[in-house]
Write a protein that binds this ligand. Structure first.
Ligand code: ADP
Length: 156
């Protein structure tokens, strides 16, 4: 007898706001996994440009026609949240060597904490330079941010 277990991945981040870089990784993630859960981490010590509700709405709206993509919020350790909802994979994007070094330390730590595999996707060439911090900077300075984010992300 053959039992198929759903392969689900968590894509954690702040998404302040969602960018075309995140969008690319999530879209490609669903070709590998049965379900991708975009998980917005809540960090009480951090201040954000967009409220949690806004960040969540941007993601939900961007993927409203994708039944395999879910949006959730969580507090605490990413691996604890994975265990809580029974997810076995963490999905992360890699843009450059700095991302690699940073992600390597996190992935090794997570592996010490729980038997959860981190899967990395290399960013698409077209979106490799995009970062939420740069998008926020463009917004703050009244630049045209719309080229860097999905159409669901708009400043009121
Ligand atoms: P954090 O606040 O944890 O840095 P981010 O929202 O910036 O979260 O990023 C979440 C994930 O998205 C990370 O794996 C990051 O490497 C990835 N990511 C961010 N921007 C891009 C991009 N332009 N291309 C590919 N991956 C990206």
């Amino acid at each position: 007898m053959y039992f198929y277990t759903m392969k689900r991945a968590l894509f954690p981040g702040s998404f302040d706001p969602l960018t075309l870089g995140h969008y690319d990784i999530i879209k490609r993630g669903v070709t590998l996994f049965d379900e991708v859960i975009v998980a917005i981490g809540i960090n009480a010590d951090k201040s954000y440009m967009f409220s949690l509700e806004e960040r969540q709405k941007f993601i939900e709206e961007a993927f409203k026609d994708e039944p395999k993509i879910k949006v959730m919020t969580y507090e605490g350790l990413t691996v604890d949240f994975c265990k809580e909802i029974g997810v076995e994979f963490i999905l992360r994007g890699l843009r450059n060597p700095a991302d690699f070094e940073f992600e390597k330390a996190i992935a090794h730590t997570n592996r010490d904490l729980a038997p959860i595999e981190t899967v990395f996707l290399l960013t698409s060439a077209k979106t490799s330079y995009i970062a939420s911090s740069i998008v926020r900077d463009v917004i703050r300075n009244n630049g045209d941010y719309t080229k860097l984010v999905p159409s669901s992300v708009r400043v009121k």
